[in-house]
Design a binder for this molecule. Structure first.
Ligand SMILES: [Zn+2]
Length: 141
């Protein structure tokens, strides 16, 4: 029985009310199972929404078997001290840390953002993409 239940029952006792029934082990187990099921449903929903987001977000085929996403640099952005003020979106190969223009994060930045829904804007990345024979992929419709 929780502290809260104890306090509640002390109040009920003072008011002349019978104590609330103590949940049985089976009821507690059922409650835990329900909570776990709710959490699992939430996790699944989050995954589903993230996948839907990834399906909408631009994806680049690099022409060498790799794929890339549009991502911005996190970190110094908040101070506005970054040369591009964090506004440039680079072409970042999936699973890699260096953008096509060689931009990568240094000691003062947190790292790359998650994939962004806006297409890449870095002119050096886009020029390199074009030289590699890469392209922005069609969205599945
Ligand atoms: Zn770039």
């Amino acid at each position: 029985m929780s502290l809260f239940d104890n306090a509640l029952n002390m109040i009920r006792d003072r008011q002349g009310l019978p104590p609330l029934p103590v949940p049985t082990e089976a009821e507690l187990a059922a409650r835990r199972a329900r909570k776990q099921e709710e959490q699992r449903t939430r996790d699944e929903e989050n995954r589903r929404q993230y996948q839907a987001f990834l399906d909408r977000a631009p994806r680049y085929e690099l022409g060498d078997g790799r794929y890339a996403r549009s991502e911005g640099m996190l970190g110094r952005l908040s101070s506005g001290a970054e040369a591009d003020r964090g506004s440039l979106l680079h072409v970042l190969p999936e699973g890699e840390r260096v953008a096509l223009c060689r931009a990568t994060h240094g000691p003062r930045s947190v790292g790359w953002s998650e994939p962004r829904e806006e297409p890449a804007t870095c002119p050096r990345c886009l020029a390199r993409l074009s030289r590699m024979g890469g392209r922005l992929m069609e969205k599945p419709s």
